[in-house]
Structure formats: C-alpha cells, structure tokens
Design a binder for this molecule. Structure first.
Ligand code: DAT
Length: 175
C-alpha cells in the first residue's frame, strides 16, 4: 500500500546534530521521530555492549523486524548513524548532516567519548563515510547533504525539509 506520508532518514557521524534536527522536525511537522538507538536498547536488538567503543553491538535483522511495521505506515524520521541497512523501499529522503572537524571535536569531547571512538568518528566525518554510504545505498536524487555547524544552519535545514515534505504530499496526493 502506498504511503500517505514519507519516511525520512537523518544520518551522519555521531555529534553532527541528528537528534536535534529530528526533534525540531518532528515538532514542526508531526512526523514521528524514531531514535534507532533507543529501539536497539529498548527492544534488545543487540548482541551485547562493546566496552571499548561504549556502544551496542547491533543485531540488524532484529532491528529491522522491530521497526518494520511502524515504518511501513510512513511518516517516520529515522535517526541513526548508519543508513545502508534500511531497505530502499522504506526510504523517501536521506539527509546526511555534515559538520566542521573542530566543531565535531568539541561536541564529542563534551560527550566524553573514549579517545578511540572520538578519533574514529572524526576520521569518518573527514572521509565523508556516511555521505558515501548514503550515495551507495540509495538513488542519487533522494540523498541530500546539509551543513550542521550552527543553530542558523539547523533552522535553514528544517525549513528545507519541511518544504520538501509539503511538495512530496502534493505530488503523492495527485497520484
Ligand atoms: P547526533 O544525534 O548526531 O549525535 P546531537 O543532535 O545529539 O547529535 O547533537 C550533538 C550536540 O551538538 C548537542 O549538544 C547539540 C549540538 N548541535 C547539534 N547540531 C547543532 C547545530 N547545527 N548548531 C549548534 N549546535 C548543534
């Protein structure tokens, strides 16, 4: 069955501003913010805790099963630091947030990330790993790269996504 409201993935390196964007976007649009991290934790879609990286070892099959019913109804914002696991059929727009290295360093230091995790995430941002993953996994025209350095950036980004949402609804109502 066709969705009457789209699903949007907001992705990027940890610390780029995914959750902050998703919360604002959900508040403004009424779309549902699905924090994939919370689903992994709450629905136990993992094979334990990685002490070195201080993160869950995700069981992707279990995670997709836990999310499927809700996502297929549409109107979800998926908040996760990866995107290639989500089936193409689930996703209408992929937003890859980007941030300057110094800003990311400050944000991750404030979170007291272990040094190894901090360095890996900085490298990942510099090497555009998430942007490449998104481009490799989805059609080029649904992948958008947006800057997330300042509060103004965030406002502009959320305005853009809102405008896209309005257009999507008009296009899909016509079909
Ligand atoms: P993520 O969900 O990608 O890990 P977050 O939304 O938790 O990131 O943001 C990490 C911190 O950075 C948080 O203190 C809010 C701040 N932040 C995020 N995006 C920002 C932006 N565009 N301008 C200013 N601060 C931002």
């Amino acid at each position: 069955m066709a969705r009457t409201s789209p699903n949007i993935v907001i992705t990027g390196t940890p610390g780029v501003g995914k959750t902050t964007h998703c919360e604002l976007l959900a508040e403004r649009t009424g779309l549902k913010h699905l924090s994939v991290n919370d689903i992994v934790k709450d629905r136990e879609c993992h094979e334990g805790w990685d002490e070195e990286y201080e993160s869950w070892i995700v069981d992707e099959d279990k995670l997709l099963d836990a999310m499927e019913e809700q996502v297929l109804q549409g109107g979800c914002i998926l908040d996760w630091h990866a995107c290639d696991l989500f089936p193409k059929s689930w996703v209408d727009l992929v937003v890859v947030l980007r941030v300057d290295s110094m800003t990311l360093y400050d944000r991750l230091s404030a979170r007291k990330y272990p040094e190894i995790k901090l360095q890996e995430n900085l490298d990942s941002e510099i090497m555009e790993v998430l942007l490449q993953e998104a481009r490799d996994s989805y059609d080029e025209e649904i992948v958008v790269e947006l800057q997330s350095n300042t509060a103004d950036d965030m406002d502009v980004n959320v305005d853009r996504i809102e405008a896209w949402l309005k257009q999507w609804k008009e296009n899909n109502a016509a079909n």
